[in-house]
Design a protein. Structure first.
Length: 188
């Protein structure tokens, strides 16, 4: 059994007969009253996000997980198919198990957390940034680099990302996977 002092991002716990992954947490020690921990948790079974507050020292049941590298193979409309990089076994996951499936392109290597008790996948972590090609956007205008104005652009995976005005079709951009936002243009 773990306590609230052991809470960290990415930790999986059992709560209300479900398994949740901690996505954000904050230890709070107010001037008056006891300390507590504010958490934002995402259910790994149905994708629902839950805000919860634990009192300091509260016992929580941690789920033991292993992480493995998997390669994203393809999406068949219902399931996302992945292949283990070590033993080449394949698994398929529903969209609710993925945080930002629209940013994954075929061949991308991701980290999948697997519950050690029943060998079921719990969550998929994308790399911090992915490089994607812009397939459609309004034409860029030379010299539009001084402002923070943005325009919508569609990338090769079908996702829509707001990009600066100077980005053109065919440009490769880095996208932060956590927020799904533009980071920088990639020069080749």
């Amino acid at each position: 059994m773990a306590t609230t002092s052991d809470i960290r991002n990415g930790m999986c716990i059992k709560y209300n007969n479900d398994i949740y992954k901690i996505t954000e947490f904050l230890h709070v020690k107010p001037g008056k009253g006891p300390a507590f921990v504010r958490t934002k948790m995402k259910s790994v079974t149905n994708g629902k996000v839950l805000d919860n507050t634990f009192s300091a020292g509260h016992k929580i049941e941690e789920v033991r997980v292993e992480t493995h590298k998997f390669q994203f193979l393809y999406h068949d409309g219902e399931f996302y198919h992945f292949m283990n990089q070590e033993d080449y076994t394949q698994i398929r996951l529903i969209e609710a198990a993925l945080d930002r499936p629209e940013l994954m392109k075929e061949g991308e290597v991701v980290t999948i957390q697997i519950n050690t008790e029943d060998n079921l996948p719990l969550s998929v972590e994308l790399p911090a940034t992915v490089t994607l090609e812009v397939t459609s956007t309004e034409p860029g205008i030379k010299g539009n680099t001084a402002t923070n104005a943005t325009k919508p652009a569609t990338v090769e995976t079908g996702a829509e990302v707001n990009v600066p005005l100077f980005i053109n079709e065919g440009d490769k951009i880095k996208v932060e996977t956590e927020k799904g936002t533009y980071k920088e243009r990639v020069k080749e």
